[in-house]
Design a protein around this ligand. Structure first.
Ligand code: AMP
Length: 600
């Protein structure tokens, strides 16, 4: 461990510089954006994609760029992405070599989208991370005097037919030297040794991270995970395995199920026999209520660092319960396409969180959202895009990015609302992801996918003289892991009852039809529970319509919602359930796209 006083000076200086950087780029947001675009275009002047549209990247200014280049979505880029994935190394999108593909949780035709990236993007991501703690330290000082207990995981990777790695952005980051070989810094001092984070086996990784977190419980000043769902999964894991964990702490030995030698070695450097700690944890965990368990086991925790904006807001009550209402801090907003920005007011309430886009990360444009006639993704837009500094307070926009890695005017699919400004740079509330109806963890299921999946499944009813007349759905997160619930109203023409296995087959058929992120959540991450179909009494959906009309809906325009979130509606549906069925097993899932092989 470096000496304390010089280390403190280094940290202070780093923090000062980070905050100054935020100040500078937000004061000069428009100039920075102009420079970023010019740099992206000039570097990539010779790439096929820009030339296809007759753009001379060396000369083009912002106005020409906007006139010539189309606003695109993934489907438009798919042929180019497929060429790269099949091994074409010519300069198609970017002049720098594509180093790997980042697999987004957004899907196309049921498979993860592949986002090309280049080596230097790791530096840009690392820069955004380096801003988080200096900002946080302004609001919660003293965080350098302890550790962060963060549950971080890598996921499986695959190789494209052309030999490029395809993996989630965080897997790429944690495996990079930026993370693995980070110099000592009290702000990136975590309870989890790198080896436990980099362990591919999710059970061993979770177990060893919890074990290390428990052993160092008094050092922990902040806890977290990337998304709220991941953090709650860790607490649920603790609920199931605390006896084993206490045994390990009591004896100073690791359970034999933890077989990865590098994990065992790293954990043994931390784990020492500690009867007192084991008794304490045992006493806390065996109490009937787990309310406030986080503050009981890690008493110095000041906040929980997890994303609870967007669909993750459904987990706020559970987090409040386990933490006795500790502050929930959402620090950043990022994606596989690009890391966007950070929350400069991290102690704000989840409902008020806003993210300041950092103008050096990419060139940002904004498509005004027309609530009455939205432009579907994949459809051309005639609307003028607005620049970063020209967005209007209170207005909603869809985010469009031009990145160093070769995306030009790419629609990310997120809707943001302008909540304020930091100097000249806008700050955005995350409103929603376009079209997503169901989400438990990283999965994002849209209405069309759900419709197709339900249609496929409903075919199983036909041989039994039954058909599906109406359906809706909701994401049930009252238990962990959460699961998809489908309410079905069916019409029976025969008199014989339908065997439960038929409905179970329907559950599985829906799961098999859903996208690979959903199926990975079911099979590999175990972050999503078995899908459930609840059969409702005849006339339930008429009741649903009556309810909507009583709330002011127009009878001419009424359509049954394909997803419900409003508690009274869910109650109404639940009160009319006659039977329910769960998927009997996991759907099929393999890493990578269906047609690829996995690396050795
Ligand atoms: P992925 O491409 O799988 O990395 O997912 C990126 C997407 O996750 C973004 O486009 C958002 O829809 C969502 N996301 C990322 N960060 C946040 C955040 N802080 N709040 C809400 N949603 C987020």
């Amino acid at each position: 461990m470096p000496e304390e006083a010089p280390m403190k000076n280094v940290v202070c200086e780093k923090s000062r510089k980070a905050l100054q950087f935020v100040e500078d780029v937000t004061c000069n947001a428009d100039e920075v954006q102009r420079k970023v675009l010019a740099e992206i275009l000039s570097r990539n002047a010779n790439v096929e994609y820009l030339q296809r549209y007759g753009l001379d990247g060396n000369k083009a200014d912002r106005e020409t760029f906007k006139k010539v280049m189309p606003v695109v979505s993934y489907e438009d880029l798919k042929p180019d992405i497929e060429r790269i994935s099949n091994g074409d190394t010519s300069q198609i999108l970017c002049s720098q070599p594509i180093s790997e593909f980042l697999t987004s949780s957004g899907t196309s035709a049921g498979e993860r989208k592949l986002m090309p990236t280049i080596e230097e993007e790791l530096g840009r991501r690392s820069l955004l991370y380096s801003l988080l703690m200096p900002v946080m330290n302004q609001f919660v000082p003293g965080l350098d005097r302890g550790k962060g207990m963060y549950f971080l995981f890598i996921k499986s990777e695959a190789k494209t037919p052309g030999g490029l790695l395809a993996r989630p952005v965080l897997t790429s980051y944690y495996k990079s030297s930026y993370f693995r070989e980070r110099p000592y810094d009290p702000y990136t001092n975590y309870t989890s040794p790198n080896e436990t984070i980099l362990c591919q086996d999710s059970y061993q990784s979770m177990y060893s991270q919890l074990l290390c977190g428990l052993c160092q419980n008094y050092d922990v000043l902040r806890v977290g995970a990337v998304f709220a769902s991941g953090f709650i999964r860790a607490i649920k894991f603790l609920e199931k395995h605390w006896i084993l964990l206490c045994n390990d702490i009591r004896n100073g030995k690791i359970d034999s199920k933890i077989s990865d030698p590098s994990v065992r070695e790293a954990v043994l450097k931390i784990l020492k026999p500690n009867q007192k700690l084991a008794d304490f944890i045992e006493a806390e965990c065996s109490r009937e209520s787990w309310k406030g368990i986080i503050t009981r086991l890690w008493p110095n925790t000041k906040y929980i660092d997890v994303i609870v904006t967007g669909t993750m807001s459904q987990y706020i009550p559970t987090l409040d319960y386990y933490s006795n209402g500790l502050p929930l801090v959402c620090t950043m907003y990022a994606s596989s396409e690009c890391y966007f920005g950070l929350n400069l007011n991290p102690l704000s309430k989840p409902s008020e969180v806003s993210y300041t886009l950092i103008p050096t990360m990419a060139y940002f444009e904004f498509l005004p959202v027309n609530r009455t006639a939205p432009t579907p993704l994949g459809q051309k837009t005639d609307q003028e895009l607005v620049d970063l500094v020209d967005v209007k307070l209170g207005e909603e926009y869809e985010l469009v990015v031009t990145t160093y890695a070769g995306l030009y005017r790419y629609r990310v699919g997120d809707i943001l609302r302008v909540a304020g400004f930091k100097n000249k740079a806008p700050q955005f509330n995350f409103v929603c992801r376009k079209n997503v109806v169901l989400s438990i963890d990283a999965d994002k299921t849209d209405e069309v996918e759900l419709q197709n999946a339900v249609q496929n499944a409903a075919k199983h009813l036909l041989p039994f003289g039954a058909s599906l007349t109406e359906y809706t759905s909701y994401a049930d997160t009252s238990k962990i892991p959460g699961h998809y619930v489908l309410f079905w109203e069916i019409c029976l023409s025969g008199s014989a009852p339908i065997h439960p296995s038929v409905f179970e087959d329907c559950c599985l058929a829906i799961e098999e039809s859903l996208n690979s992120v959903y199926r990975q959540g079911r099979v590999s991450d175990k972050s999503i529970g078995p899908l459930e179909i609840r059969i409702t009494e005849k006339g339930t959906f008429d009741r649903l319509m009556d309810f909507a009309l009583s709330q002011g809906a127009s009878i001419n325009q009424y359509k049954a919602p394909r997803c419900v979130k409003y508690a009274p509606i869910i109650e109404l549906l639940n009160s009319r359930v006659v039977s329910n069925y769960f998927s009997p097993k996991c759907p099929k899932w393999v890493p990578g796209h269906k047609q690829w092989c996995t690396p050795n």
